[in-house]
Design a protein around this ligand. Structure first.
Ligand code: C2E
Ligand code: MG
Ligand code: MG
Ligand code: MG
Length: 285
């Protein structure tokens, strides 16, 4: 009977759904192989002060180099890993590696001690009861000053369960770590909650920056978000800055920091080293 039902159920799936389920299962298996076979690596994208162009920090971005399929973008596998729970193991690895790698650059004075390393945290990680202990142990192992660590959370992560999110955020802040809201403006958070969250940094989503200076509405929204964030004592970072025009607009509107291809693509640790020394040379005179 079960078998029959199974067979009948099977027919409810369209060819397309069937294919996507199979792909999903294959990806799940490949993700666990990627972890054990060390196919993951990290790249770092600098964040730049729009006032004096110094490097304020770097954001860690995960990379998966699959032996046959080549580069698989995070937007494709992170949602799967989030669903299967594999993101917990991946996320711990990202957190620990980010802190180790950047902490060593800070200790060897390649980066100033005020530099922040920003790590993206998925909803599942944020809601994991062992998150705080994990963070504390990573800080201890990597010897990174907690003030150098920033966690990037999305609006949807925080809106899941607002009251418990506030408590978790407060615990994170007590350690000395700062909190950034990623992709701001694309989620479903309300201003009533934004004012209650202990947020340090607001990252204006790339979709608002993209069409500056062509789109009047995007310019109005970006300028208003910057002003609002400043009134709430938050630092504002613009994502996806690609052109000089965008940079001028953001500077005119007092945006604090920028991130994007205009300044730098995400870099390997070796490339980051190179970027830092060139950047220092350019800005020292
Ligand atoms: P995000 O955190 O908003 O990261 C910014 C994304 O925009 C990155 O894509 C980055 O490479 C890209 N980007 C930066 N500057 C520019 C620009 O000027 N133009 C354009 N077109 N793109 C730019 P990436 O690396 O593909 O990551 C995509 C998303 O995957 C991230 O969005 C983040 O949500 C997620 N992600 C990446 N690494 C991790 C991770 O370690 N953990 C978790 N949970 N999520 C991650
Ligand atoms: Mg991010
Ligand atoms: Mg973002
Ligand atoms: Mg994004």
């Amino acid at each position: 009977r079960a078998k029959e039902l199974g067979r009948n159920n099977f027919q409810f799936f369209s060819e397309d759904m069937n294919r996507s389920i199979m792909e999903h299962l294959a990806l799940e298996k490949e993700i666990s192989e990627a972890l054990t076979r060390e196919q993951f690596s990290l790249v770092f994208q600098p964040k730049i002060s729009l006032f004096d162009f110094h490097i304020t920090g770097v954001e860690t971005l995960l990379r998966w180099n699959h032996p046959e399929k080549g580069f698989i973008p995070p937007d494709r596998f992170i949602p799967v890993a989030e669903e299967t729970g594999q993101i917990l193991e991946i996320g711990s690895w990202v957190l620990e590696q980010s802190c180790r790698q950047i902490s060593s650059l800070i200790r060897s004075k390649v980066l100033p001690p005020t530099t922040k390393v920003a790590v993206n945290l998925s909803a599942r990680q944020f809601n994991d009861p062992s998150l705080l202990n994990r963070i504390r142990s990573v800080i201890e192992i990597s010897k990174i000053p907690p003030q150098c660590l920033e966690l990037e959370l999305t609006e949807s992560t925080l809106m899941d369960d607002v009251e418990s999110a506030i408590v978790t955020m407060q615990e994170i802040k007590k350690i000395g770590i700062s909190i950034a809201i990623d992709d701001f403006g694309t989620g479903y958070s309300s201003l009533a909650y934004i004012k209650r969250f202990p947020i340090d940094v607001l990252k204006v989503d790339r979709s608002f920056v993209m069409d500056i200076p062509g789109d009047q509405n995007d310019m109005a929204i970006t300028a208003a978000v910057i002003a609002m964030a400043h009134k709430l004592s938050m630092t504002v970072v613009a994502e996806g800055v690609e052109t000089e025009e965008q940079l001028h607009f953001l500077r005119r509107n007092n945006c604090d920091e920028g991130q994007g291809y205009l300044f730098s693509r995400p870099l390997s640790l070796a490339q980051l080293h190179q970027f830092l020394s060139e950047h220092q040379r350019r800005h020292s005179d």
